[in-house]
Write a protein that binds this ligand. Structure first.
Ligand SMILES: Cc1cc2nc3c(=O)[nH]c(=O)nc-3n(C[C@H](O)[C@H](O)[C@H](O)COP(=O)(O)OP(=O)(O)OC[C@H]3O[C@@H](n4cnc5c(N)ncnc54)[C@H](O)[C@@H]3O)c2cc1C
Length: 407
């Protein structure tokens, strides 16, 4: 289907009018249409699930919707690998992979993103033993800015490390190979604890649980923003997930607590209504406690009217060039602006407060970087740029936001 209409993201803060929206029916159709767009030498971008808050999808040229490229293409149980179509929603992969005895090692709080969109921005969950979804990418099929179909895998580590987190800058991704793990179940043991108790049990919770993350509430109303029930000020909603064997019985109790189920059914928290615009920065995990103290001080003393919960999660280091985890184990720190409020002064102050910690942003969430900061924050920036120039010599995959960062 080829059409022309306005595109808006989930958060409602990014709207633009592409010259046309192209919805290929299958991979061959996608390649043919991308080649045609490349020949026009106009801007080309792909929209995934639209769950990024930054203008990473925007284009005044051709916008590709690859959602019809969906499903598991092949799975290898012995190697624990699968190749999936890039437009697949993460949610659509759980059941077919489970049937193969396989699962994604870790997931974030929602599963409605496309696989390619999630990896393009370095989407991740929490757990010191786990990297982002991008870190599990073993291969990709991409159509580059010359219209060539390029299959990238570990035989070209430079390209693979550039493509694992690429913001779509190397071209439309058609297929993604993923390193998986044996299917597993999760038991949720979510609890509400005073912040003082989270600080006291911090090391224990990190070591004991597969997934430990928490939302600290600066105000009594904070928990309502993310629909986390009633949680008093200076208390935390603590999300704890324990891995249990795949044959353990299912115990579906409550909506976001007390369940035991297949992992892919436990991860998503069901956020459906956009009431916030989020910022998330990753710092060295060694600085996590200091960063939490800095953030509490900032929120309580300078922005007492901002009610956003402060979410804290952990990720293992990886080596993708543009990954927030590149070269260091990280702790992610996220806050949101409430839609309808002028939240930018607050988010800018968070950006300033986290600068001394060498914080790197989630590419799909609000941030204040420019090219100079990107160069300083990512030691392999030039290596990424070299691959980008090779894959996209005419800058067809840049848009104004991305040109500000990589142009
Ligand atoms: C409610 C909510 C909860 C979230 N929870 C988490 C979380 O727990 N953890 C986390 O890390 N992030 C989280 N995010 C952020 C989200 O995972 C990322 O913004 C992700 O990129 C969104 O994926 P998408 O499919 O919606 O991609 P989009 O936002 O549509 O696109 C993201 C980027 O991918 C590119 N792209 C998409 N498809 C392709 C393709 N086939 N080829 C080339 N480029 C492509 C786009 O051009 C764009 O640059 C959350 C966001 C929301 C709104």
């Amino acid at each position: 289907m080829v059409g022309s209409k306005q595109w808006t993201n989930w958060g409602g803060n990014q709207t633009f009018q592409p010259s046309r929206i192209v919805t290929p029916t299958d991979e061959a159709d996608a390649i043919a249409r991308i080649r045609r767009a490349v020949a026009e030498k106009r801007s080309i971008r792909v929209a995934g699930g639209g769950h990024s808050f930054t203008p990473v999808v925007e284009t005044d040229g051709a916008l590709f919707d690859l959602s019809k490229l969906s499903g598991v293409i092949s799975a290898d149980r012995s190697k624990r690998r699968a190749e999936v179509a890039a437009g697949s929603k993460i949610a659509a992969l759980g059941a077919p992979l489970w049937q193969q005895g396989l699962a994604i090692a870790n997931q974030g709080d929602i599963d409605v993103q496309s696989v390619a969109g999630a990896i393009a921005t370095g989407t991740k969950g929490s757990g010191t033993a786990f990297g982002s979804m991008s870190s599990a990418v073993t291969s990709l099929r991409i159509v580059n800015g010359r219209g060539e179909v390029v299959d990238i895998d570990g035989s070209d580590p430079e390209k693979l490390r550039a493509a694992q987190v690429s913001l779509g800058l190397l071209g439309p991704v058609l297929r993604v190979g993923l390193q998986l793990v044996p299917a597993y179940r999760l038991r949720e043991e979510n609890v509400i604890l005073p912040m003082s108790e989270v600080l006291r049990q911090w090391d224990f919770l990190l070591a004991e649980y597969r997934h430990f993350s928490f939302w600290w509430m600066p105000a009594d109303r904070s928990s309502h923003m993310y629909k986390l029930g009633e949680v008093a000020a200076d208390h935390c909603f603590v999300k704890l997930l324990r891995e249990i064997p795949a044959d353990a019985p299912e115990v579906p109790v409550g909506e976001i607590n007390g369940r035991t189920d297949r992992a892919h059914r436990i991860y998503p928290d069901g956020t459906t209504v956009a009431e916030f615009h989020e910022l998330e920065y990753m710092v060295d995990a060694a600085d996590a406690r200091s960063v939490v103290e800095v953030m509490r001080e900032l929120m309580w003393k300078r922005f007492p009217d901002e009610i956003s919960p402060l979410q804290i999660r952990w990720q293992k280091a990886d080596d993708a060039f543009l990954s927030a985890q590149t070269g260091r184990d990280t702790t992610s720190v996220s806050v949101s602006g409430e839609i309808g409020r002028d939240y930018l002064p607050f988010l800018r102050a968070v950006d300033e407060a986290l600068r001394p910690f060498f914080a790197r942003p989630h590419w799909g969430k609000l941030h204040f970087l420019d090219r100079g900061r990107v160069e300083r924050l990512y030691p392999d920036f030039e290596r990424f740029q070299k691959v980008r120039r090779e894959m996209d010599p005419d800058d067809l995959f840049l848009n104004p936001h991305l040109a500000h960062l990589f142009g």
